[in-house]
Design a protein around this ligand. Sequence first.
Ligand code: FUB
Length: 324
Amino acid sequence: MSQQRKPLVDHIFTADPSAHVFDGKIYIYPSHDLPHDGKSSDDGDEYMMEDYHVLSMESPDSPCIDHGEILHMKDVKWVSKQMWAPDIAYSNGKYHFIFPARDKDGIFRIGAAHGKSPVGPFTPDNDYIQGTCSIDPCVFVDDDGKVYLYYGGIWGGQLEKWQSGSFAPEGKAPEAGEPALTPYCAVLNSDCNALESTPVNVKIVDKDGNDIKAGDEDRRYFEAPWMHKYNGKYYLSYSTGTTHYLVYATSDSPFGPFTYGGRIMEPVLGWTTHHSIIEYEGKWYIFYHDSELSEGKNHLRCVKFTELEYAPDGSIVTIEPYKK
Ligand code: FUB
């Protein structure tokens, strides 16, 4: 029976799903939302996650299994709190689990843990990946085996605090008429524990080649980058944050520039929206979350998935998440 558009699991709250196909099976790496009575803020104080679980499905029609905890912050030396949206890559014979968290100075960084199986155990590195910052890592392994790391998110994700090249606590997002901030892209080494290139902010432009502006909140980058390839083109998709859309932009290069292409999904219940896209046996699927399971609580989310379609010209057909 199809599990589409229903919470994949309901015994824990899950969000920010990064789905991958390993050895013909679908594995999902979500954030693990925890109930608490703490405050909410524009800095994302309500997202107090401490550990990660891995989920899997034999196929899109199979039940979803929780393989249990794969990493806890008490086991990661450099982390102080907030283990947010993770991702994973298979490279050089190992699985590399990549996750953001605040370091001991309260600054978001991106770290790695490594294992031989997609369900762990994963051994974390002693320190974060030097040169990284902010949140929402997406690790993309290209057809030639080269590994790219995309990351960054504004507000809670601190992206605006890095515009000078170092962390500036008072850093502000650009004014409405200025180019919007965009995610970083860097090449990771094949062991996924060090950057091989200096991170650069990719360009996201409109059809006329002009930068998407910070005030264009229906299209500008906010957080949650995902990279996939379709018919030889690179699709960078992301959340617009304040307007709650999932949108995409395409390029002939993994470094961009990316040309805005349209909307993938209309808003879901809850403030955040975050996704991943995979191909499974010739069909495409999007994994995403909403707050249905907690009846609308922003920080208690549940992972879902549904089919994703391309039009003949390669554009993605917009999904209305609550319309069948
Ligand atoms: O889960 C915490 C944060 O919420 C993620 O990092 C963002 O993408 C948003 O989903």
